[in-house]
Design a protein around this ligand. Structure first.
Ligand code: HEC
Ligand code: HEC
Length: 448
């Protein structure tokens, strides 16, 4: 069965595009990284913080990265779906919300996992107010996200990475990726479909190799803090900010990307509809799992019984990502407050809108904007062209290693300088600020 193609139907788009195997794709394509001439092949090892960047101490507490190492050291590999699943009241929640509960027999591994999970208020931790069951599911979902299913759980036969946490990992589980773990998509010579490259495979199978002449594009994984709130924003709130004909003559259009006649918001080109679809799509396309709910992804060629991702497992991923809190803001000083005013004055906030309904502090309109010809990945997706991009959410900005979907910008100055197309005017206004006010703008960015 080697080389069997699994094509997912167009009705269920993975982040706007579909695929398992090199050939999966939709005519609608998925938005991914730009293959601009300036694109570095590999992300430079070290981000250079801008002068206004936050002191290291302000970034993530060591908790999450250390947690990964500690988990590996403890060799925690509980069966996430069947074994030793704690019930509310069974398990101590030492860093979360119920420190004194006894450890159930067989629940020791989960107790350790609880101890590794960042608490409410810590970066990478859950939102406040979860009940016991939601807390347990958050912890289990986080472990599943970090470790992946393994071959016994249905990984492959071809896959991109073995776990979500390989890509969404900086500086904590659920964070962003680097360009060494970028997602690669491409269009084969003579074709128009955008397809994924699954370069890895389990034993007995072969990963995809890009055919000669294929146009390739790479994107870093976005940070996932706050995605549960993003999912709750009513579509009308996103749609009402669109101005496709620029009726207010501010040079900024802002379009809604649509899929199945519905306002889309997920992915770097706002090409997909719900967090649930993103999760299921990622399980299929990134990890090679089969699921019951997607007709064309119900079977694959490896030996594990299908469907490999049970509804319970999918629920755990949702319980983790849906409850992952947005990053708390850094210290708000007078300079930061003054900088936020500059941010509005020069026009940044026209796209990077501070609040969208429940998503307070998101700093995005979730609309797509033409960012100019230098920001073109040649991978259209639904209504978005290669150079249309969703306004990047700026919450958690100070934790990011580099900027723009392909990490071409290494500091805030470069990020501003790369704003063209609809954002040209605000770039010019920001660059024309006198030094003191520009410093305040930078202080504001470093507080996000
Ligand atoms: C190979 C790296 C990689 C892996 C593995 C990966 N992702 Fe992603 N993820 C990405 C990239 C890149 C994007 C942006 C894709 C786009 O829109 O073009 C993304 C986007 C997302 C988004 C949308 C975020 C937003 O702001 O719209 C979610 C949610 C997500 N991934 C969840 C997951 C889950 C769940 C898994 C595991 C089942 C996973 N990802 C595995 C790289 C990865
Ligand atoms: C027309 C809409 C628009 C305006 C105006 C705008 N931006 Fe952006 N901004 C975007 C889009 C779209 C991206 C993502 C581009 C990409 O990934 O290729 C982005 C990305 C960024 C990023 C990088 C975030 C990340 O995670 O990679 C920063 C920082 C940023 N903008 C700051 C600013 C500042 C400061 C201003 C005002 C001087 C501004 N933006 C004005 C649309 C806009």
């Amino acid at each position: 069965m080697k080389g069997e193609r699994l094509v997912i139907s167009g009705s269920f788009a993975l982040r706007g595009c579909v695929s398992v195997g090199l050939t999966l794709a939709l005519a609608t394509a998925c938005g991914r990284t730009p293959a601009t001439p300036a694109e570095p092949a590999v992300e430079p090892a070290k981000p250079e913080p801008t002068p206004a960047a936050p002191p290291a101490a302000e970034a993530s507490p060591a908790a999450a990265p250390a947690a990964v190492t500690a988990a590996a050291a403890l060799d925690i590999k509980p069966d996430l779906v069947t074994a030793a699943s704690p019930k509310p009241g069974d398990v101590p929640l030492p860093r979360l919300n119920a420190p004194k509960l006894p450890v159930p027999k067989g629940g020791e591994q989960w107790a350790a996992e609880f101890a590794l999970t960042p608490a409410v208020g810590e970066l990478g931790g859950p939102r406040a107010g979860l009940n016991d069951q939601e807390t347990i599911d958050f912890v289990r979902g986080r472990a599943a996200f970090r470790d992946g299913p393994g071959e016994a759980g249905g990984l492959g036969p071809k896959f991109i990475q073995k776990a979500c946490g390989e890509c969404h990992s900086h500086p904590f589980i659920g964070g962003e990726g680097d360009m060494d773990h970028a997602l690669t998509v491409g269009i084969r010579p003579g074709e128009t479909e955008v397809v994924f490259l699954h370069e890895k495979a389990i034993a007995g199978f072969e990963g995809d190799k890009a055919p000669k002449g294929m146009i390739l594009a790479k994107s870093r994984a976005p940070m996932l803090l706050g995605v549960g709130l993003m999912d709750k924003i009513p579509a009308e709130v996103i749609a009402k900010n669109a101005d496709p004909d620029d009726l207010n003559h501010d040079g900024i259009k802002g379009q809604v990307n649509m899929r199945d006649k519905t306002v889309a918001r997920w992915g770097l080109k706002s090409q997909d509809l719900t967090l649930h679809r993103l999760i299921v799509g990622s399980l299929i396309a990134d990890l090679g799992l089969t699921v019951a709910e997607v007709k064309d992804a119900q079977k694959d060629a490896d030996k594990v019984d299908d469907p490999e991702a049970s509804p319970e497992l999918i629920h755990l991923y949702e319980a983790f990502l849906g409850n992952l809190a947005p990053a708390p803001r850094g210290p708000i000083t007078d300079n930061v407050r003054a900088g936020e005013k500059e941010f509005a004055t020069v026009g940044c906030a026209a796209c990077h809108m501070p609040d969208l309904d429940v998503a307070k502090g998101i700093y995005s309109d979730l609309l797509i904007h033409d960012m100019g010809k230098d920001d073109d990945n040649k991978m259209p997706d639904a209504k978005a062209t290669g150079h249309d991009w969703r306004t990047a959410q700026l919450w958690g900005l100070r934790l990011r290693k580099a900027f723009f979907h392909d990490h071409r910008a290494k500091d805030y100055d470069q990020a501003i300088d790369m704003h063209r197309g609809e954002s040209e005017k605000s770039r010019q206004a920001a660059q024309a600020l006198p030094p003191e006010r520009r410093k305040q703008l930078m202080a504001f960015l470093a507080s996000l």
